[in-house]
Design a protein around this ligand. Sequence first.
Ligand code: G6P
Length: 611
Amino acid sequence: MCGIVAYLGTKEAYPIVMKGLQRLEYRGYDSAGIALINNGLHVYKKAGKVSDLAEFTKDKDVAGSVGMGHTRWATHGEPNDRNAHPHYSESKNFAIIHNGIIENYASIKAELINRGHHFSSDTDTEVLIHLIEDISNNLNVDLQEAVRLALGEVVGAYAIVIMSRLEPRKLIAARKGSPIVIGIGQDEYFVASDATPIVEYTKNVVYLNDGEMAIIGNGDFTVKTIDNQIKVPYVQELEMQLEMLEKGGYEHFMLKEIYEQPRSIWDSMRGRIDARSRRLRLGGVGDFENKFVNAKRIIIVGCGTSWHAGLVGEYLIEDLARIPVEVEYASEFRYRNPIINEEDVVIAISQSGETADTLAAIELAKSKGATIFGVCNVVGSSIPRATHAGAYTHAGPEIGVASTKAFTAQVTVLTLLALQIAWKKGTITDSRFQTLLSELESIPEKVTRALDANDEIRQLAAKFKDARNFLYLGRGYGFPVALEGALKLKEISYIHAEGYPAAEMKHGPIALIDEEMPVVVIATKNSSYEKVVSNIQEVKARKGIIIAIVTEGDEEVRKIADHVLEIPETDELLIPLVSVVPLQLLSYHIAVMRGCNVDQPRNLAKSVTVE
Ligand code: G6P
């Protein structure tokens, strides 16, 4: 979490940095701050959003062509003005912005206090900039050497940028465990947590690797390791387009992203289905196909929505490829001494590609010899770099903090993967393979039809916006969708919601049901349809209110449910891709009607780079 952005060039830094911060606000919005060099090193910072910082700096002198900014998701120290970044060093000659955690900050801080340092915040970050200054003074070294030596002493994760009043045309950036992208323009450089603040100005970027630092000066920049080895930077061209980062007429990014799904699902398939041979070509699987085919077991790790996609992946892979699959919360997996060996394949799912727990789970599985396959959305992020192979989801930038199009893209890629392994293993007939492939190709159009229910869903939302609790039920492929529907609602509307396997309801949640409890049921036509109908009856018998997601033309559920939302019929295995759409819209409209900040829900961040 936390977003960092910096600029060194010939233009005014302030508008570039502020706009960059707005683009990075999905990473945290507890406070924001900016540092500028202009006859001195000036820091302005404020608790709250980037808009609060803009208001605060309205009458300040914000001139200067070197600057950096930070938007914070608080870890150490509450979200107030004092703890906002940038942080000054003791003399105020240096300033730092930081994304990550310095784990051994307390011991370094104690040592520095003994040496006469004074701290004005509760953050781990401030300790690092004091340490850098201490080293610079004591060893009489320049900024880059002081930063390098200091980083040798800290334990933890960081993406940092440092500026100095004494070397005013210089930025030092470094990364370990948190991302940094450097944009190279005409006589100008950009540094950011991801490419979104950069794409407007240049498409040429360098992703720093872990343990590397960049020294950016006038007209050039060098990259070296913290061990002092010079590296040749690899300049890549960004595929991102600026319009992907804008709301494009929608009121919120989340709504835009929900509506983008017909396209983003298609983009996840694009180039992967050979039109002539009707075979699949997931490039990343290539050399590792045999690993999948021979795997005794597949373990899927992820967090949040990505974990829900993983659950769909489990059902798909077991159904189609007949390989046992376990789905684990990355945060549990990494600490519970799991049994992993060389014959295991681990699939790590992550929209951002930066989630700290998922990264740690990957490192653990790697150290035990497993093959790691990534399913990520953000190109060039940390997880795809840490895996042996993978497939990007190609959903395009997802900015709304609550994940929508990334989920359907993940499920699409997992479907392709399951089909490819099944085909290779011979656990699927050609006709079933072809049927599923054609059905998958029809999903974008079916999602478009599901989106047509938007007005109806808005009216439904008006009826339930004041509910205090919601229950979501599903069976089989409907169960992960129930979990995802509940997560969407609680994330953005702050209504308590639980997702449950429909039949498990009678082992607890049924006690909650009364005439005030809305129960959303995935009741589409599939192998457990009749059983779900019985579960609906059980809810109705206790006066619960049923909102059922049904297949177009369904009559049976319509008779007993209080409200029905129809979705087009599809193969049972692909139901999650369509049935999740009305649940996304329902959460969205309820949240809007409750006056919640849909794109930036309280306490959450999109990229969770702390454990
Ligand atoms: C955060 C986000 C969720 C996301 C989860 C995992 O909690 O708010 O939307 O599902 O992290 O993130 P990842 O980037 O690994 O998919």
